[in-house]
Design a protein around this ligand. Structure first.
Ligand SMILES: Cc1cc2nc3c(=O)[nH]c(=O)nc-3n(C[C@H](O)[C@H](O)[C@H](O)COP(=O)(O)OP(=O)(O)OC[C@H]3O[C@@H](n4cnc5c(N)ncnc54)[C@H](O)[C@@H]3O)c2cc1C
Length: 288
């Protein structure tokens, strides 16, 4: 199926993209096109205009300063997966990016598009929420930062205003004794996350001093597993502790767990325990 015809503009700068968004009510930014174009072909999205930001300079690349990673919104998943800086500073982010779709998707799809699209089955929103990332945004009145914890507001809904451009993602430096891991039950056709579990644990003196565990794919937005975190904190991360903590995996999800032809809500709730346990176990090993 072909999309409806649409006006096309190529922005040369972030300022021009913001200005074009203001001029064209109902317009959409186009980055890698790997979520927006399929929706347009299905006629589930019919933007009034496309504003291509793919050639805007300064929005692509990975920088590290004082341990903080700054990733341009146009950076493709493949660059994140293969970056030495990301692999060292945030192995969980590199491994999640490497699990996205297939090589074509990873070479075209961008971190900014993935985050702005806010598909519940995407991997990066889950990981970036666990990491406490911050999103750099530019709009008509200037720049602002939005913490990941307040960014994802429901099914394909974010804190971004219609005339704002997501320009970068910042990931705080990891603390010493910290390990992170992402574990995913992939849909066998698309590779999207049926269940995605991101875990970060900090270990000191043989005990877990802090934990951040976030689930994706189960409800409309990434969800912090607070009961799992509480059951880990203060304890040695042995097999029993991890299994007991992971058993709480679905307790913070509420009643709106997604169910579809591939996996029922009940099945997702049950299997989430396994993936949360795997992510914590791998994170604990990396914490050393
Ligand atoms: C076959 C297939 C398999 C996939 N598998 C996975 C998977 O396993 N895991 C996963 O996480 N994802 C998966 N994806 C999605 C893929 O990662 C997309 O590339 C990504 O979600 C969107 O990025 P994009 O650059 O293509 O964005 P686009 O499709 O260009 O844009 C998506 C949306 O974000 C908006 N947008 C884009 N950039 C910005 C910006 N800088 N500021 C503000 N708004 C912006 C657009 O206006 C649009 O609404 C898959 C996609 C396909 C086609």
């Amino acid at each position: 199926m072909y999309s409806a015809s649409v006006d096309y503009y190529r922005a040369g700068s972030v300022a021009e993209a913001v200005s074009l968004l203001q001029q064209h009510d109902g317009a959409k930014l186009l980055a890698g096109g790997h979520s927006l174009i399929p929706l347009m072909k299905l006629r589930l999205a019919e933007p009034s205009a496309l504003i291509d930001i793919g050639h805007v300079s300064g929005m692509k690349g990975i920088e590290q300063s004082n341990g903080v990673l700054k990733i341009g919104a146009l950076t493709p998943h493949a660059d994140i997966a293969s970056s030495d800086a990301v692999q060292q500073a945030s192995p969980m982010l590199a491994e999640a990016a490497a699990m996205i779709g297939d090589p074509q998707v990873r070479n075209r799809g961008t971190i900014g598009g993935n985050v702005a699209h806010a598909d519940p089955a995407s991997d990066l929103p889950t990981v970036l929420t666990a990491l406490g990332a911050t999103f750099g945004v530019t709009g008509p009145i200037g720049e602002r930062s939005i913490p990941a914890a307040g960014f994802f507001q429901g099914l394909m809904s974010t804190a971004l205003a219609a005339n704002e451009v997501l320009t970068s993602v910042e990931i705080p430096a990891s603390a010493s004794g910290q390990g992170s891991a992402y574990s995913k039950f992939s849909h066998p056709a698309s590779r999207y996350a049926v269940i995605g579990a991101a875990a970060i644990v900090t270990v000191s003196g043989g005990k877990c001093t802090a934990a951040s565990v976030v689930l994706g794919g189960l409800v409309s937005s990434p969800t912090r597993a607070a009961l799992v975190e509480a059951a880990l904190t203060g304890n040695a991360l042995d097999e029993d502790t991890i299994a007991t903590a992971a058993a709480n995996a679905s307790d913070d999800l509420g009643d709106d767990v997604i169910g579809d032809i591939f996996a029922s809500a009940e099945y997702r709730r049950s299997v989430a325990t396994v993936y949360v346990g795997r992510a914590i176990t791998a994170a604990a090993v990396r914490a050393g």
